[in-house]
Design a protein around this ligand. Structure first.
Ligand SMILES: [Zn+2]
Length: 335
């Protein structure tokens, strides 16, 4: 049995004290789906102790970054079976911060891909409501078409919908017309179902193409990837592995990628992301950062039209209040 104590680290959210009853409810809910059991006061498992030691010892060195990036790349290639620009995550955070999702230094954008799925997304909405968090959901048109009622529930709860694609096939395998149709059809469905036109787009697997950027520009969509992920799509992912993977890259201004659906992941893999949410919220509180959707992330929009020309692609564009070389007061990026 996996035992996780969160009572000590999670005592309030947004400055509002949260009762033990709320935490117990959230963790009981997560326990049903993730194997985590809420036991107040029990000592943290070794994984958390190790993570804390890593954080208190400061940032890992260049060699560590290289190994981490290499490991992430190998995992992405093995699990998604396609190359991914996710392997360049740290590089793009530095040279293309808006594309990477670097926003206001006192805010973390929480994003979910691949839904909505009636089997899993409602549980995410329940837990997010318990934690008083709102997020951005990058939806697949094929999934949204089957569950439009979930989109209505998301909007009612203050969440944001964004375009992933109509299906999950890589943009590199599509021509320009097919790519445009993927984004346009999904954007129109979101607009029809929610009454709101989406602002953001994230390609499947995080793989960009010229056709994708052109289509995004034509459709007035801003491409946003992520700065931290939980590798929650694998068959071996657990809430603790998700947190251990996320935490080294979690800081103000970042964008977190998780999945609320297993339609492109290992079966039931979403349970690991769901189980990680309460502690993720706690860590963001510890960092003194707000958590919310991309719409509130303070991204300064160079929309896709500014990413077409190569000089613009490589031009650092920092969000307001953010410097890629200056550590912000809440510990923003300084890679
Ligand atoms: Zn996806």
């Amino acid at each position: 049995m996996l035992v996780v104590s969160v009572e000590r680290s999670v005592s309030s959210h947004r400055g509002v004290p949260l009762s033990a009853r709320v935490f117990r409810r959230v963790h009981e809910r997560c326990g049903k789906v993730s194997g985590m059991t809420y036991v107040p006061g029990v000592q943290e498992p070794r994984a958390w102790q190790a993570w804390r030691a890593t954080r208190s010892a400061g940032r890992i060195g260049v060699a560590g970054l290289a190994w981490t990036a290499a490991g992430a790349g190998v995992t992405a290639a093995l699990t998604h079976a396609v190359p991914s620009v996710a392997t360049l995550r740290r590089l793009r955070t530095r040279v293309m911060p808006v594309l990477a999702g670097v926003g206001a230094p006192d805010h973390v954008a929480l994003t979910f891909d691949d839904g909505p799925d009636p089997a899993s997304t409602p549980l995410f909405l329940d837990v997010l409501a318990e934690l008083d968090l709102r997020a951005t959901f990058f939806v697949l048109g094929t999934m949204l078409e089957r569950a439009p009622h979930l989109a209505e529930r998301m909007v009612d709860a203050g969440h944001e919908l964004a375009v992933h694609a109509w299906d999950h096939r890589s943009m590199l395998l599509r021509g320009p017309r097919s790519t445009y149709r993927q984004l346009h059809r999904t954007r129109e469905l979101i607009t029809t179902v929610t009454g709101r036109q989406p602002r953001f787009v994230r390609p499947p697997h995080g793989i960009l193409s010229a056709g994708f950027l052109l289509a995004a520009r034509s459709l007035d969509l801003t491409p946003v990837l992520w700065t931290a992920w939980g590798r929650d799509w694998t068959s071996t992912a657990t809430p603790l592995t998700v947190l251990d993977t996320l935490m080294p890259d979690l800081r103000g201004g970042g964008t977190v990628l998780l999945h609320d659906c297993d339609c492109t992941s290992a079966p039931q893999a979403w349970r690991s992301a769901l189980g990680a949410l309460p502690e993720l919220a706690a860590r963001c509180h510890d960092l003194g950062v707000r958590v919310g959707p991309l719409a509130e992330h303070g991204l300064r929009a160079p929309r896709a039209k500014n990413m077409i020309a190569l000089p613009s692609v490589l031009q650092p564009v920092a969000a307001p209040g953010f410097s890629a070389t200056r550590e912000c007061h809440v510990g923003g990026y300084r890679e």
